[in-house]
Design a protein around this ligand. Sequence first.
Ligand code: ASP
Length: 445
Amino acid sequence: MKNVITKFGGSSLADAGQIKKAVDIVLSSEDRRYIVVSAFGKRNAEDEKMTDLFIDYYNTKDDIEKNEAIKNIIIDRYEEAVKELSIDYDVKSELEEIFSLSAKMNTVDYTASRGEYLSAKIISSYLKAEFLDMQKIIIFNDNKKLDYELTYKNIKEAIESIEERKGKIRIVMPGFYGSFRDGKIVTFSRGGSDITGSLIARALNSDIYENWTDVSGVMFVDPRIAKEAKPIEYITYSELRELSYMGASVLHEETVYPVSKVGIPIHIMNTNNPKDAGTMIVSSIPSIAKRKAVTGIAGKKGFSSILLQKALMNEEIGYLAKLLNIFDKEGISVEHCPTGIDTISIVLRSEFLDGKKEKIVDEIKKTLNPDILSIEEGISLIAVVGEGMSHHKELLMKIFEILAKENIQVKMIDQGSSGINVIIGISDNDFEKGLKALSLLQYEE
Ligand code: ASP
């Protein structure tokens, strides 16, 4: 029997119909005994996530009318789900208790966590499985940083103790929250149920961490921009990190850390199409899989490039250090720094220049005395990511060819030192067109 963590995101649990699909998936394999759940998600584009409703409830404490209205929406949604699932669970009384405790709390965390708590209660009841609260198991230090070792130990002990008493039964656990050592509830940042699944997988040394969502895996490129984007079959943890950093949103970014350390694969799958292959996130691509030139592409708008040019810059020792020091002093992080013999560009998020542009320009002029100093705004960065790229010598040519065909000017190129990505800077106006055109790279063998 395999040890599998099965985690369902909010869209997989948006209403009774979705819950039934998730439960069918669980029941279709005896290996799926450890289930982690998010709060109910949106049922459609206009709907609200349960977590948002709970947060709004907490934040409208002083507005009785609004507060009551939100409370009723929450109660109705849960009562409807419980009724449709025909389970024996007095969700209304549970909610009344939650609302009265919420009023006494001085942080939002307790209230925000109740979506996951109730999902786990409802699903464990429907599955006739054990409910295991994560409140006193996932432990945060006073600075809100997770105590990983203690958390792993607690998870292992709690599950072993259930299994000693009841045998290998199914256990349903709420994602998204734990507590300080004193038991006071703390939530992860939004989307954090993914982290809970990863912590449990690591603690139990699982064979696989299944993460069920509403897409059939990590897409080669954002399908809202390039409709023809296909799911990626295999992606390494490092490739995923590069893509996520450039805007591909799949998992909470802290998810990978616990499992990547011990090489537990994460399998992203679609609750609405469970037969789809999904994406396997692994430490290295297995030899059976065909290694493509490019694994995926992601990009972001809204960067600026500050260009400095100075004759014989290369002979001035410490020039770059002095330049970076100016940004450091302003608390601005620099994204890229392509250099030439007598030129340096600093590429950074445009928002970091808001209200500081003049000060920085003055400081650069004063300290570094460049012959030319110019700022170009409205730059998009696109990351072409793939561990296999070093074996595909013609890749850069292909990228330029594709962009040239679309009449897109490349403003910057940076081959990351990790060797698994190439970053291309183009105008914000060309962003969608560029990303769409580059999606052709998914067919490159
Ligand atoms: N329910 C939380 C959120 O909406 C956590 C999660 O779903 O992962 O952010």
